[in-house]
Design a protein around this ligand. Structure first.
Ligand SMILES: Nc1ncnc2c1ncn2[C@@H]1O[C@H](COP(=O)(O)OP(=O)(O)O)[C@@H](O)[C@H]1O
Ligand SMILES: [Mg+2]
Length: 435
């Protein structure tokens, strides 16, 4: 289930009125009528909180289960079902245009092509829709990257089992494997799903047999080696205004910002890659979240790029480390009425201006049967521990882990020493939170 179609959690809706919201307390930042009017696509409570503390007019476009909550909390709201882009997409674009909205910001993968469709109408730039599809369809994305001279692995689309067998043989032939050498694995994934849904690493024919019919067509890729990392970059007028490097400790479990000296030592090379990406994908403004692999000799391989906030709460980590709101940063760079001066003044200096290192860890129960939440002392008594979002289990049997998106909650840490933080995040993997 995609995030923006999930019902809000009980904490969010209980009592309906949230006394911490500025709109409820009457402390919302006055809106500047000379600046842009922004539509937030998808339900994100943190994005709404940031918008209320910012001077841009905003409206939330989200599924209608959010209506009561928005009404109770004075949140400007337009209900919309993002299930699939269809002939009604013009309707929402026109409605926002009539209301005077200047730009739509995608908050989730599923709203990226909607933002493209809407912005192409609001800004009268028909190509924006096509551009958003490049961000959504991993096969198109890789082709576009390749056209721009960005290094990608070998990839192809598969329509049936035989395509995968042939691809795997050809990739390994290219690698000059001899008979009896173990094959290099390949990866298969859906064209347009995030959170590792449908992603499989394929090592042999049996793995191919396990792929259900309905997962075709899919994208096949050669295996990329190297140190994987992610970037969050804000772009205004075609230029990078802030570039964060997020360091994964264990992919799908833990990440922290800013990165260690070791990874930051690649910053110039990474910046060049992002500039290439901006040029190749013709990105004039917005926030991107690309993933790369860097090999020991400094070669950068492009993994993928998303035109939205990252799934793992890197926005919250950046805010903790630097003190600015990444959601506000996005509103600023998306707003066609923002000036260069305003944007430049908003962002701190990368790494230098960070006040601490901030990281999070996604908890998955390690046992098959659990009855309660029990926070280990090793975690809660560590000076870097800040907070957690874990709740008591609602079921006793732990469901199989299908995607990285399904962790049971995050733990947040912050401190001065990135190596200590990295080790601490790693150590969480050995602890039981659900017993
Ligand atoms: N070709 C590949 N080579 C090596 N690792 C890969 C490859 N494709 C995917 N992965 C691993 O799987 C993760 C998820 O795949 P990705 O294509 O980024 O999908 P998602 O949309 O779920 O983020 C990557 O972050 C990476 O660790
Ligand atoms: Mg990814």
């Amino acid at each position: 289930m995609s995030k923006e179609t999930q019902a809000p959690t009980t904490e969010v809706v209980s009592g309906w009125t949230d006394p911490t919201l500025d709109s409820v307390r009457g402390t919302e930042t006055p809106k500047d009528p000379n600046k842009g009017y922004i539509a937030l696509l998808g339900w994100s409570f943190n994005a709404i909180k940031a918008a209320q503390k910012f001077d841009r007019r905003y409206v939330v476009v989200a599924p209608d289960w959010a209506a009561d909550f928005c009404q109770a909390n004075n949140i400007p709201f337009i209900p919309w079902d993002f299930a699939r882009l269809n002939d009604r997409s013009m309707e929402i674009a026109q409605r926002l245009k009539d209301d005077g909205v200047d730009v739509a910001i995608p908050l989730f993968e599923e709203t990226v092509e909607w933002s493209g469709a809407i912005n192409s109408v609001l800004m009268d730039k028909p190509r924006m829709y096509g551009q958003s599809i490049l961000f959504r369809d991993k096969a198109l994305m890789k082709r576009r990257a390749q056209l721009g001279g960005i290094r990608v692995g070998i990839f192809e689309e598969a329509y049936e089992k035989d395509d995968i067998i042939r691809f795997m043989k050809r990739v390994n032939q290219t690698l000059l494997k001899l008979d009896g050498d173990p094959d290099d694995p390949i990866h298969v994934k859906a064209f347009d799903k995030a959170g590792c849904l449908g992603h499989r690493m394929i090592r042999d024919i049996e793995d191919i047999d396990k792929i259900p019919e309905e997962e075709y067509p899919l994208l096949m890729e050669s295996h990329l080696d190297g140190w994987e990392f992610a970037v969050e970059a804000w772009i205004h007028d075609g230029e990078i205004k802030f570039l964060n490097i997020s360091e994964y400790v264990t992919l799908g479990y833990s990440v922290f910002v800013p990165a260690t000296k070791e990874l930051e030592s690649w910053r110039d090379a990474i910046t060049k890659q992002i500039e290439k990406l901006i040029k190749t994908f013709d990105i004039k403004f917005g926030q991107i979240h690309p993933e790369y692999f860097v090999t020991s000799d400094g070669e950068m391989y492009f993994g993928e790029v998303a035109y939205r906030p990252p799934g793992f709460k890197a926005f919250e980590l950046i805010e903790r480390a630097y003190g600015f709101s990444p959601y506000q940063a996005s509103m600023l760079v998306f707003d066609p009425k923002s000036t260069k001066e305003e944007v430049d003044a908003f962002f701190p200096r990368e790494v230098e201006d960070a006040k601490c290192y901030a990281g999070c860890f996604g908890v998955y129960p390690r046992r098959r049967v659990v009855s309660k939440l029990e926070m280990p002392k090793e975690t809660t008594e560590h000076p870097y521990f800040e907070s957690h979002e874990l709740v008591a289990p609602t079921e006793e049997t732990v469901p199989d882990r299908s995607a990285f998106g399904t962790h049971w909650g995050l733990l947040f840490f912050a401190g001065d020493d990135p190596i200590k933080l990295r080790d601490l995040l790693k150590a969480q993997e050995e602890l039981d939170f659900y017993v």
